[in-house]
Design a protein around this ligand. Structure first.
Ligand code: ZN
Length: 80
C-alpha cells in the first residue's frame, strides 16, 4: 500500500506542476526579491516600500542570497 500511495502523491505533484506551468505570466506567484540600487534594504515584491522605489532603480534578484551578495540587507518591514 505504501508504494501505491507514493505513486499517487507523485502524480498529483506532477499535475500541480503542470497547472502552475500552464498559468504562464498570469499568476504573480510567490513574492520576488527586489531592491533599489540606491538603497541598502532589499524587499519582498509585496512590500509597501517597493512602491517608493523609482522604476529605473529597481533591481530584482533570484533569491535573498543574491541580494545579500550584492551588499543589500533584509528590510525590517517585510523580512524577506
Ligand atoms: Zn520591505
Amino acid at each position: 500500500m505504501g508504494a501505491r500511495c507514493h505513486v499517487f502523491r507523485t502524480a498529483s505533484l506532477l499535475v500541480a506542476a503542470a497547472l502552475l506551468a500552464s498559468c504562464g505570466g498570469e499568476d504573480p506567484g510567490p513574492p520576488r526579491i527586489v531592491a533599489s540600487t540606491a538603497r541598502v534594504p532589499f524587499h519582498l515584491s509585496t512590500c509597501n516600500r517597493v512602491n517608493r522605489i523609482p522604476e529605473d532603480k529597481l533591481v530584482e534578484f533570484e533569491d535573498r542570497d543574491g541580494a545579500l551578495e550584492a551588499g543589500h540587507e533584509p528590510c525590517l518591514m517585510c523580512r524577506p
